[in-house]
Design a protein around this ligand. Structure first.
Ligand code: C5P
Length: 237
């Protein structure tokens, strides 16, 4: 598969055209950004770790009948993916209150939520990815219909239940995560983008040590060591 022209560069990945108009190459970058790219960094090897972690998790979800954009891994940092039109909604799923939820609603950090919370954020850097409700999604034509929103919520909850038990077996709490979906040429909604410690929060089951991008956001350090630990635990069974 020939790597063609770069189509798009995001904060964590670059997308390249290929010989096949329905397939793209996704290259995971070592760059780290936080707070809508106000804080920037770079961690050599982070892209390769996220590529491996995301590949493993997408395979896990595929095994549980979640359709994804992943075709195959090409090398340490690149995946061959199906070309989709990204739905500009960040679907955030939460099990434990922390981050923006704890701050916005003054919920004590670490509170276990009585039910799985699904939120929508408008994927728009200029606006700082604001939280939006179902009606905002329809008002902005981000999806075709209410049933698409119900499908995004259903998929978010299903992905959460699969990953929560997978990580619990590996002594990690899945605190929260963000997923993105895209629509392929046949109109199927596919899980897209990535699932990695850049887009999830993982806390050690016994110590609550943070093993995710909060180490970068909060300047705790040892970002790569934490991502390596997540990969090690994923591969540990
Ligand atoms: O910051 P907040 O608490 O809203 O983040 C919730 C979850 O979504 C976290 O796991 C975070 O890593 C992820 N997220 C993301 N990309 C964003 C915003 C949040 O991956 N733009």
């Amino acid at each position: 598969m020939n790597k063609g022209e770069m189509l798009y560069e995001g904060k964590g990945k670059k997308l390249f055209l290929t010989d096949d108009e329905n397939l793209l190459i996704s290259e995971f970058k070592d760059d780290l950004t936080a707070f809508n790219a106000e804080k920037r960094g770079n961690e050599a090897g982070k892209g390769a770790l996220n590529c491996k972690i995301s590949t493993q998790l997408f395979h896990l979800l595929e095994k549980h009948s979640i359709k994804t954009h992943l075709v195959k891994t090409l090398n340490d940092t690149e995946q061959l993916i199906k070309r989709v039109k990204i739905i500009p909604i960040e679907v955030v799923v939460r099990n434990i209150a922390t981050g923006s939820l704890a701050k916005r609603l003054a919920i004590k950090d670490g509170t276990v939520l009585p039910f799985t919370l699904v939120e929508f954020y408008y994927k728009d850097d200029a606006l700082g990815d604001p939280i939006i409700n179902d009606e905002h999604c329809l008002l902005l034509n981000l999806v075709k219909s209410e049933s698409d929103l119900e499908e995004l919520k259903r998929l978010g909850r299903e992905i959460n239940s699969i990953m929560k038990s997978f990580f619990a077996e590996r002594k990690l709490k899945l605190v929260d995560f963000k997923v993105e979906f895209g629509v392929d040429k046949d109109g199927n909604i596919l899980l897209s983008d990535e699932i990695s410690p850049d887009s999830c929060r993982f806390w050690d089951m016994d110590t609550n040590e943070k093993l995710d991008k909060d180490r970068f956001r909060q300047g705790i350090g040892d970002v790569k060591v934490a991502y390596e630990e997540v990969l090690k635990r994923i591969l540990s069974h």
